[in-house]
Design a protein around this ligand. Structure first.
Ligand code: PHE
Length: 348
């Protein structure tokens, strides 16, 4: 008679060695199958005496139970290993960011643009829009910079091929000042048959172009033009409006403003508006923020206005410059690179 203990040991070892369930079932057949070792043992019981058969039968059944227990344990181990393998093969990496749709936000310069419009509307200014491809008359001549005037070279620009219906050369506007003449002449025409003309109070924000490119100049940039014409307005009014605008825009009264004499062909006298913050990292540094001045009599004539009767003030400020000062950005080019990491900082 085979040693039953040895049979149980062999079965356990074979079951452990089975790498998958097919190999395990093969191993099971060798012990518990139709002609397996233990089955053969049971068959041989018939040849024994009743007493011996009883004792041997009990031993064989014990061995069989042990082998079956080992088999069940190994089956479970293989099944759970297979499940683990499947789970890790199908694992989802939940640490990856989702493919959700990002929410966009306004470009910082557009935020300034909208803010400037809102502030000037609140004090009764109209908001006007004009062409970026301008003609020579509105961009230069009507603004008192005739052909060959040296002031034209201050604003080198990009010319567009061809001419408009009036035979005027076409160019990308170098400033928003052409809107002074466009808006004022339209206003004059509109009230031509009326007994009196309401004051002209307008801002015109928009894109402008120059052959200029460094950390503080871009070939494309945005300006906002301001124009105020009536029978009685003075430099004090311009100063009051502009200083009030700066205080509202920067949300502080701690701003110093100075008007420095300057030159523009279309204003006389002309000034450069400088500002300085009283506190913060830019404290005490004078920064040029705008050109301004009293509208030149020749420009008033070009608008169809009588310079003896009307007086006006204009300013032109850079929207990028205002944005840089408001948010502490030191390189203008950042506004045009469109790096999401930069732009996202202004999302509200
Ligand atoms: N157009 C001028 C510029 O671009 C600014 C300006 C506007 C100056 C209005 C005076 C009056 O530099």
């Amino acid at each position: 008679m085979v040693l039953l203990d040895q049979v149980v040991e062999d079965a356990k070892r074979d079951f452990e060695a089975a790498a998958d369930s097919a190999a395990l079932e093969d191993a099971k057949a060798r012990y518990l199958g139709k002609s397996g070792v233990l089955t053969e043992q049971l068959k041989s019981l018939g040849a024994l005496e009743p007493e011996a058969r009883k004792a041997a039968g009990a031993q064989i059944n014990q061995a069989k139970a042990a082998v079956e227990a080992a088999l069940t344990a190994r089956r479970q181990a293989l099944a759970s290993a297979a499940l683990q393998a499947k789970l890790s093969a199908e694992a989802i990496d939940i640490t990856l960011p989702g493919r959700g749709q990002g929410v966009g936000s306004l470009h910082p310069v557009m935020r300034t643009w909208e803010r400037v419009e809102q502030i000037f509307r609140s004090i009764g200014f109209d908001v006007a829009d004009g062409p970026e491809i301008e003609n020579d008359w509105f961009n230069f001549t009507a603004l008192n910079s005739p052909q060959n005037h040296p002031a034209r070279s201050m604003q080198d620009t990009f010319y567009v091929e061809g001419h408009d219906e009036q035979g005027q050369a076409l160019l990308l506007r170098t400033h928003t000042s052409p809107m002074q003449v466009r808006y004022a002449s339209a206003h004059v025409a509109r009230y031509a048959k009326e007994a009196s003309m309401p004051p002209i109070k307008v801002i015109a924000p928009g894109r402008t172009y120059r052959v200029d490119s460094d950390a503080t100049h871009s070939p494309m940039f945005n300006q906002v033009e301001g124009l105020w014409i009536a029978d009685q307005v003075s430099f004090a009014d311009l100063k009051g409006v502009y200083v009030d605008f700066l205080r509202t825009f920067f949300e502080t009264d701690d701003i110093q403003v100075r008007f420095r004499p300057s030159y523009f062909p279309f204003t006389e006298p002309s000034a450069e508006i400088d500002m300085a913050f009283a506190s913060g990292k830019l404290a005490g540094r004078w920064l040029e923020i705008s050109g301004a001045g009293q509208v030149h009599p020749q420009v008033l004539k070009n608008m169809g206005l009588d310079p003896e009767r009307y007086i006006g003030f204009a300013f032109g400020s850079g929207l990028e410059r205002l944005t840089m000062l408001r948010y502490g950005v030191d390189d203008l080019r950042l506004f045009f690179e469109n790096d999401i990491r930069f732009l996202a900082q202004f999302g509200a």
